[in-house]
Design a binder for this molecule. Structure first.
Ligand code: HEC
Length: 151
């Protein structure tokens, strides 16, 4: 059987074109996968910045505890680091009995008289500096202050 050279060229061209299209598709897939992974890279970078808290901002505190803290406590206490008095972050974890904590804040000197070991050790650690009494603060106000500290 004789093969028509025209037909042969046609089949050849068809094969080459198909191959070309397949290669283009392949290249497209590879490129797509590449750009997608670089996007994932970008997003994970951003979320790791979020995790470290750099871009995270808390809305401003609205309760009255903030002003009470600023007016009564801030000349000696910061929340995140010690000053004249200890840093107050997580203070409610250190005082498992909240009655004791309220007693301390109202009158630390009278609370020391109970012989409480933790409080007396703290008093010593701070060179016996006396935290003033706050007999005018109500329990509700102390709660507000603690809420602000824990915010
Ligand atoms: C004149 C300084 C001064 C002021 C004002 C003051 N404190 Fe203190 N506070 C201290 C010192 C000093 C200590 C460490 C113990 C000590 O020496 O009596 C302390 C300890 C504490 C502790 C125990 C901390 C811990 O780590 O367990 C709490 C709670 C506390 N203060 C709350 C308050 C609150 C709430 C106010 C405001 C209503 C306040 N303080 C105002 C000086 C002060």
């Amino acid at each position: 059987m004789e093969i028509d050279p025209k037909k042969l060229r046609f089949v050849n061209n068809l094969a080459l074109t198909t191959l070309g299209i397949l290669m283009l598709l392949g290249a497209g897939l590879v490129w797509g996968a590449f750009t997608q992974t670089s996007q994932i890279g970008k997003y994970s970078e951003i979320s790791s910045i979020d995790d470290s808290g750099i871009t995270e901002t808390k809305p401003p505190y609205k309760g009255e505890g903030k002003a009470l803290f600023q007016n009564n406590c801030q000349r000696c206490h910061l929340i995140d680091r010690p000053m004249t008095g200890p840093a107050l972050a997580n203070v409610t974890d250190r005082w498992s009995d909240s009655t004791n904590l309220y007693h301390w804040i109202k009158n630390s000197q009278s609370f020391l008289q109970t012989g409480d070991k933790y409080a007396n050790a703290l008093f010593k650690k701070y060179n016996n500096s006396i935290m003033p009494a706050f007999p005018n603060l109500t329990d509700a106000e102390i709660k507000e202050i603690l809420n602000y500290i824990e915010y």
